[in-house]
Ligand binder design. Structure first.
Ligand code: F6R
Length: 614
């Protein structure tokens, strides 16, 4: 949600900024803008809609050549997505250009105060108040950093701010509270941005800012302070991936590329975490093993697809550790006064590491003194920073809004955590762990087998492209797979789709079944007789009422075939691992349907990749 870029250096600032915004398009936005300083003036262009609109504006009326600029993609919260509400905003005295990500909760009071002082607002945004405040602060404070600190002291809520002052050329100042901000350090140039993707083409050296810090960049310096004025402790790091990871590499959509990257992402997530003797070594688990041994409950907190990964993990964690495991939607968690104690391990799952609902859930858990373990894909983001331990999924950048490799690697990381808990609590013998680890290690190759057969799913999508509604059913770990299959379809193809626990159908949803309704059914491996047979019965129930059944079953499952209008065969894996192969055709189906129906797969309407507001 919202992308921010600031640049100081020898290149054309407008070009660097617009390119940076392009690389952050995936975050979701509905207007965009850029401002530069040249010839003693601030020049600004901003436009509602996609970046292409801004680029057309720039083509019609180019910005002057400049060495310093900032830009923004806005996902509207306060005020409609119009040209006027787009960022950057200028201060009343014309000195400051500012962009903002987040929500300034006390904006109404600030607006009232500034208007009483004679300041005239031109937009409906909360952000404009910050521009005026900084405009006022730079008039009385010669230090841009101190002026920004003063402004931050006045703001409540979540914000990343990036700004410059016309009277202090060659400097950009930025601030962060509860919203992402990284600094890129190049040779004689520097960047600030919401995401390293925006400057990865220029430098791999990044600095992670902490909570409540301000930073000033010039072409050859970076100075960071806390909001209270002390030198800030920051973390320099090298970005582990390169520009090609943030590009489509011949695919039509990032989502499709990311579907195909899943075997590698899964293998990378396992890499180095399994010792030669088959035992697990999770070096990142900074939590005292005694805490893990004493734990009497696990609560997994996450949103959307990450929540579905958590639902799957619950089966494995309870099965391997016998510790009760609850899974909760992050936005619901803290409002129900959950029972969380020092012996509850709270596990948060987040691809972006910036999801505000999940972040707030962590804070609530930590207030109750519960140890928090983050499973996250984004190095240095807020969620791992605020957790006691982190297990990174190593999926690489996920740019398509619909999470794919994020999901499968989250399941793997959760399984590693569950096994680690079992290992530390002495609940599994070494050879049992080795056996499970061997199955995990075989998964990347099994995922490849599924990917090799996706053409059939493409044919199926062409047959079903006009279906107004699609249902997904499953049991046990197949149930969250059904939920995730439905979520993928609704978010990118805008079709009505629902996932149900197959056993629940007869308690209501079966009334939806009418002739021709496509229903995807995830059939458990044959080894689990009861479960397998029960799902087959559920398939018969819907088929006898006219549903068109698409059955995902393991190779050689002859019992499932007679009740299937279409069979998607899956490699033979244990029940707990089946979600990792079963979800792939469902992801691909959603991608195909959305493509066939002419939708923007990577940037579906109304959605943002990183949901940084509650
Ligand atoms: C769906 C999707 C979202 C995210 C959710 C949590 O495809 O991507 O449902 O899973 O917004 O995001 P993270 O994992 O970044 O916390």
């Amino acid at each position: 949600m919202c992308g921010i870029v600031g640049y100081v250096g020898p290149r054309s600032a407008a070009t660097v900024v617009v390119e940076g915004l392009r690389r952050m398009e995936y975050r979701g936005y509905d207007s965009a803008g850029v401002a530069v300083v040249a010839d003693g003036r601030i020049s600004l262009r901003k436009k509602a809609g996609k970046l292409a609109n801004l680029e057309a504006e720039l083509a019609a009326e180019a910005l002057p050549d400049s060495r310093q600029g900032l830009g923004h993609t806005r996902w509207a919260t306060h005020g409609a997505p119009t040209d006027v509400n787009a960022h950057p905003h200028l201060s009343y005295n014309g000195r400051v250009a500012l962009v903002h990500n987040g929500i300034i909760e006390n904006h109404a009071a600030l607006r009232e105060e500034l208007e009483a002082d004679g300041v005239r607002f031109v937009s409906e945004t909360d952000s404009e108040a910050a521009a005026h405040l900084l405009g006022r602060a730079v008039e009385r404070n010669p230090s841009l950093l101190d002026a920004m600190r003063e402004v931050c002291g006045r703001l409540q809520g979540a914000f990343t701010l990036v700004a410059f002052d016309l009277a202090q050329p060659g400097r950009i100042v930025a601030a962060r509270r509860n919203s992402p901000l990284v600094v890129g350090v190049g040779q004689g140039e520097a960047f600030v941005a919401s995401d390293v993707a925006s400057f990865i083409g220029y430098t791999k050296e990044a600095i992670e800012l902490g909570q409540d810090q301000v930073v000033e960049i010039t072409a050859d310096s970076v100075t960071a302070l806390t909001f209270t004025g002390e030198p800030a402790v920051v973390r320099p790091y090298a970005i582990a991936w390169d520009l090609s990871a943030a590009e489509k590499g011949g695919y039509d959509w990032f989502m499709r590329k990311e579907i195909y990257e899943q075997p590698k992402a899964a293998a990378d997530t396992l890499l180095g975490r399994i010792g030669p003797d088959g035992t697990l070594c999770l070096d990142e688990m900074r939590i005292d093993p005694a805490v893990l041994r004493l734990a009497d409950k696990v609560i997994i907190v996450a949103c959307g697809t990450a929540y579905h990964a958590g639902l799957i993990a619950k089966y494995a964690i309870e099965h391997w550790t016998r510790i009760p495991c609850e899974v909760e939607i992050a936005s619901e968690f803290r409002y129900r006064d959950p029972i969380v104690t020092r012996t509850t391990i709270v596990v948060t799952i987040s691809q972006s590491g910036e999801t505000a609902d999940t972040l707030m859930a962590i804070r609530h858990a930590r207030e109750q003194q519960a140890p928090v373990v983050a499973i996250c894909n984004t190095n240095g983001s807020s969620i791992p920073r605020e957790s006691d331990a982190v297990l990174y999924t190593r999926a690489g950048p996920e740019i398509g809004v619909a999470s794919t490799k994020g999901f499968t690697t989250q399941i793997i990381a959760c399984y590693l955590l569950g096994l680690y808990l079992a290992q530390e609590r002495g609940l599994k013998y070494g050879d049992e762990i080795r056996q499970i680890v061997a199955e995990l290690s075989a998964l990347p190759a099994q995922m490849e087998q599924v990917l090799a057969k996706l053409a059939e799913v493409g044919d199926l999508a062409r047959e079903l492209a006009d279906a107004p509604s699609v249902l997904f059913i499953g049991r046990h770990v197949g149930y969250p797979v059904a939920l995730e299959g439905a979520l993928k379809l609704k978010e990118i193809s805008y079709l009505h789709a629902e996932g149900f626990a197959a056993g629940e159908l007869k308690h209501g949803p079966i009334a939806l079944v009418e002739p021709g309704l496509p229903i995807f059914a995830v059939v458990p491996p044959q080894g689990r007789d009861q479960l397998h047979d029960k799902v087959i019965s559920n398939i018969q129930e819907v088929r006898s009422r006219g549903a068109r059944t698409i059955v995902l079953a393991e190779e050689g499952d002859v019992e499932a075939v007679p009740y299937a209008d279409h069979v998607i065969s899956l490699p033979v894996v244990s029940t707990l691992f089946q979600p990792l192969v079963a979800i792939i055709p469902l992801q691909f189906f959603a991608c195909e349907i959305a493509t066939l129906n002419g939708h923007d797969v990577d940037q579906p309407r109304n959605l943002a990749k990183s949901v940084t507001v509650e």
